[in-house]
Design a protein around this ligand. Sequence first.
Ligand code: HOZ
Length: 428
Amino acid sequence: MRTERSIELFARAREYIPGGVNSPVRAFKAVGSNPLFIKEGQGSKIYDVDGNEYIDYVCSWGPLILGHSHPQVVQAICEAAGKGSSFGAPCEQEIELAQMICEAIPAVEKVRMVNSGTEATMSAVRLARAFTGRNHIVKFEGCYHGHADHFLIQAGSGLLTAGVPTSPGVPEAFARHTLVARYNDLDSVQKLFEQAPADIAAVIVEPVAGNMGLVLPEPGFLEGLRQITKEYGSLLIFDEVISGFRFCFGGYQNIVNIEPDLTTLGKIIGGGLPVGAYGGKKEIMDRIAPEGDVYQAGTLSGNPLAMAAGTASLRILREGKFYEVLESTAASLCEQLEQVLEGHDGILSMNRMKSLFSIFFTGEKVRDYPTVLQSDSGKYARFHQQLLQGGVYFPPSQFEVCFISSAHDGQDVEKTLKTVDKALQQLQ
Ligand code: HOZ
């Protein structure tokens, strides 16, 4: 595989962009190699600047549930762009996307559009603090809610990859208000509430954790969070930036039938353009300015391009048997992958939720942050390199998830299985 052009571009990028990238994980540091510069994406494939083709299981970290350059989404973006990219004034498309989200997620009666998942979670926490008049929040080890100050404590994604427990630049006074519990461990949450019963504004959780590799909620965990937060008058925030519209037309909350007080969204609802959103019950959301006194604003919020891409995507997801078809591709790939993994020494495990999965280099069941850390990330790095050689693009870090899109087909499944098998053989 030739990658000269990517190497050349990375050297050039490093002169002008910190670390040569605009988001750390994509620098490939965790897998000890050079990032690939991507020129084009079509369906399930991406093409780098050296002309190599890969089956893409990153899918822009989640938004591209329809694959790359879906014709209806491209058309919606082009049509919107021809009429102006941003007005800084209300437009009808905002209502359309907001209405679709509110109709899909019963706990979201009103929704505010922002430009990223980070903005959504940051704003939801401010709102929760204002609504409850409390300052502390509870988050979980290994969960990642974007890069706002109060979330960069024992966080997943790039921080976990880099082994940074708390980022420099986060004032100690802010960090004091972030209490950290263990995922899938209700006792750890209960203890925090017992220590500060009247101080916790909210518990924020990824209902399906997707930033320490994939870690699934165990039965009763999310229900328990709902119960504890109610008991102590604290809000429950489901961060559904990854899980929103990933498993069904709505949030993971629709599947488990739990109503959080606030929900954060992003990724899929923007159809591949920058977007975020936070929503909840009217009585909470109406505290946001200009209706209420909690300030939050954005020049590009609700811009017609992102709204058009999001609305076009959601329309496709709502039609026919979209999620059943996606699930059948995912099941075909993952069930066979499991068999492939079983053939390799019992030192591997896999977590899967419908069209999301992660392979871990540990024989242990991965169920929380400490078990995630048992995975051999050095092996993952070598595995990743072998996959690239075979034309399969997995996330360049053990602590991220693989995304399957509706553009992946039987041929992709077959090639992926062969490539994974061969890559694992080369590791032995
Ligand atoms: N932090 C995101 C992954 N969980 C995005 C990474 C990127 O875009 O590079």
